[in-house]
Design a protein around this ligand. Structure first.
Ligand code: ADP
Ligand code: MG
Length: 224
């Protein structure tokens, strides 16, 4: 059975942007995220999925309301405290991979885990094997395919053993075959480290494999 501890608590969260204060991208959202759950965030382009992920992962401040991670209000914390939570407990995967082009595949994979002191060579070896990246470790990101780049980004996130992994349309730039491989790999790895997953996706195949589906529409979050 999965544990039922609430790891993220979202309270009356609203977001509007300067210059357009009367339009709320997110309006009075409340949500409890249980540790170990996997959640698909769906909704049309422009519905606020990225905004929501960015606020929960500490990248972008809300206009009002609160986000608690393990009972700590991350937007009432100092920048330094928030940076530590981000570095040690959270990880983010983007649609555009966001690898560091001047570092090799091997260096990219270890980048976050080494920063947070969680580097584990046994785990790294095992995940590299699973991801089929063994022969690409000395290449640079521009010398591998998009699907391979996303596998590197996933490994970089997973090896740092985050409590929560955010993914913003991680298969958005990939073809069907690569998407399939990425989805399976990501879910297997999430399971193996027991992390919580919140993923914005347009892929029905992906969403159907997750515990919970939430839909953003008109600034509101609804079960779907
Ligand atoms: P999604 O990820 O679902 O496509 P976004 O969260 O990127 O949606 O955007 C939601 C809305 O917020 C859009 O209307 C977008 O134009 C607006 N928005 C996002 N970022 C900014 C910004 N930095 N400044 C102004 N408006 C923004
Ligand atoms: Mg988006």
């Amino acid at each position: 059975m999965k544990p039922t501890k609430v790891i993220f608590k979202v309270k009356n969260l609203s977001k509007s942007y300067p210059g357009n204060e009367n339009h709320y991208t997110l309006k009075d959202i409340n949500l409890d995220i249980t540790q170990g759950s996997t959640i698909a965030l769906i909704g049309e382009s422009g519905s606020g999925k990225s905004t929501f992920l960015n606020i929960l992962s500490g990248l972008e401040p809300p206009t009002s309301g609160e986000v608690q991670f393990n009972n700590v209000s991350i937007w009432n914390s100092t920048e330094k405290e928030r940076a530590l939570i981000r570095r040690n407990e959270l990880a983010i995967i983007f649609q555009s991979f966001n690898l560091i082009n001047s570092l090799t595949v091997w260096q990219n994979i270890g980048f976050h885990a080494r920063l947070s002191g969680k580097w584990d060579s046994d785990l790294a070896e095992q995940l590299i094997e699973t991801a089929g990246l063994k022969n690409l470790l000395n290449r640079y990101p521009d010398q591998i395919s998009g699907g391979e780049q996303q596998r590197v980004a996933i490994l970089r996130a997973i090896i740092a053993k985050p409590k929560v992994l955010f993914a913003d349309e991680p298969t958005g730039n990939l073809d069907d075959q690569n998407s399939k491989v990425i989805i399976k790999m990501l879910l297997d790895m999430i399971n193996s480290i027991g992390a919580t997953l919140l993923v914005a996706t347009h892929s029905k195949a992906f969403a159907s494999k997750l515990d919970i589906k939430l839909k953003l529409k008109d600034g509101k979050l609804k079960s779907s």
